[in-house]
Structures are given as structure tokens and as C-alpha cells.
Design a protein around this ligand. Structure first.
Ligand code: SF4
Length: 204
């Protein structure tokens, strides 16, 4: 079976938006400032974005607050085409430990991660649906360590459940990951050396 090119899917959606001269409201789940940098540079040309920082997977509150503050600084400092809002959710790591229970020994990229993607995307879908956004998506697909097919299939499932379109994406394509590294250097962003949870820290 041919793999779906999710970057091409994104381009099709963007072409439709440009053709119809629209500026849809996008709820963008973000994991950290480095991953958001390229995604914001790219998508803020076409969407009115609210960034949702919801990552109960992050190992400590201190790390959570630092990643959130770097994201806040980036949004203030980047010359973005359209205004970008940010909503930082309260830290509650219990929500992550509930879904990770029984999957503590999985390696990064396994079932625990798929559950972690869904936890975060579900919050984004619910938020976007309740606040009447036009689309929701996540920055997560920019990382070469994240499974884009899984992310997009979870997004599609939740889009049906919450009745809100998921913006398909594979941000690592078209040199997106490389550009995120350049922007991280340019804005001197904190780039963590582990994904987020205590298990990814353990396996570093
Ligand atoms: S390694 Fe990353 S994606 Fe996987 S469970 Fe931990 S924080 Fe979530």
C-alpha cells in the first residue's frame, strides 16, 4: 500500500485556503519552542493560530515551565505574519501516568508514545471543538523520532469524534526539521536532550 504524503495533504488544504482568500482559525498543539519555530513561521502565513501548550508527559514542573516560557518568548520575538495567541495549560503529570501505566518499559517510538500522542491530541481536539476553531493539529510531526503516520491517523480519528477537521501534516518534510534547528540557533532556544517523560530521560 502506498504511504500517504501528509505534507502534500497539507499543501492541498493551504491551496484551497489561499484560493478562497480565507484565514481559518487553527488550534496548534505545541510540545516545545524548537519544534514550534518552523511550524509557526510556515503556518502563520495562512492561519490565525492559537498555540496550546499541553504536555503532562514532561518529567517535572520545572522542565514544563521552562519549555513553556521558551515558547512564550519565541512567539513574542518572531516576526509572525498573523497574530499568534498562546494558552499554557496547568501542569498535571497524573494525566500522563494514567495512560502510561503498564507501558513504562516501552522504548521511545512504541505503544507508550502512541498513547502519549493521543492524550495530547485529544485535549487539542476537545479544546478546538469547544472554542469553534476551524482546524486542529500538532507540531509533533516535525521530529524525525515521531511517527507521522500514527499522529495523522490519531488526528483523523479524533477529528471524527470531535467533529473538527484535523490539519494533516508532516512538518519534517521540505527541510522543516533543518529549518527548526536554524531558527532554534537564531533565537537561542533551549533544546532539551530528551523527549519529555521520565522514561525518555531514563533511556537517554
Ligand atoms: S518518549 Fe516522548 S512521546 Fe514517548 S511517552 Fe515519553 S514523552 Fe511521550
Amino acid at each position: 500500500m502506498n504511504k500517504i504524503n501528509y505534507q502534500k495533504e497539507l499543501e492541498k488544504t493551504i491551496n484551497g485556503i489561499v484560493k478562497n482568500n480565507e484565514k481559518p482559525k487553527l488550534l496548534l498543539h505545541a510540545c516545545c519552542a524548537p519544534c514550534s519555530s518552523y511550524v509557526l513561521e510556515y503556518l502563520s502565513n495562512y492561519f490565525l493560530i492559537t498555540v496550546l501548550f499541553y504536555n503532562p508527559n514532561i518529567s517535572t514542573k520545572k522542565e514544563y515551565d521552562y519549555r513553556a516560557s521558551e515558547l512564550e518568548r519565541l512567539i513574542k520575538e518572531m516576526p509572525l505574519v498573523n497574530k499568534v495567541d498562546l494558552d499554557i495549560m496547568k501542569y498535571d503529570d497524573g494525566e500522563f501516568y494514567d495512560i502510561a501505566k503498564g507501558y513504562e518499559e516501552c522504548k521511545e517510538g512504541g505503544e507508550r508514545c502512541f498513547r502519549c500522542y493521543e492524550l495530547r491530541l485529544r485535549k487539542a481536539a476537545k479544546y478546538a471543538s469547544e472554542k469553534n476553531f476551524d482546524f486542529f493539529t500538532t507540531t509533533l510531526s516535525i521530529s524525525p523520532l515521531k511517527n507521522s503516520e500514527k499522529l495523522n491517523s490519531i488526528g483523523e480519528k479524533l477529528s471524527i469524534e470531535y467533529k473538527i477537521p484535523y490539519l494533516f501534516s508532516d512538518f519534517k518534510k521540505k527541510e522543516g526539521y533543518k529549518r527548526s534547528i536554524e531558527l532554534s540557533k537564531e533565537y537561542d532556544l533551549y533544546r532539551q536532550n530528551y523527549c519529555g517523560c521520565v522514561y525518555s530521560q531514563r533511556d537517554e
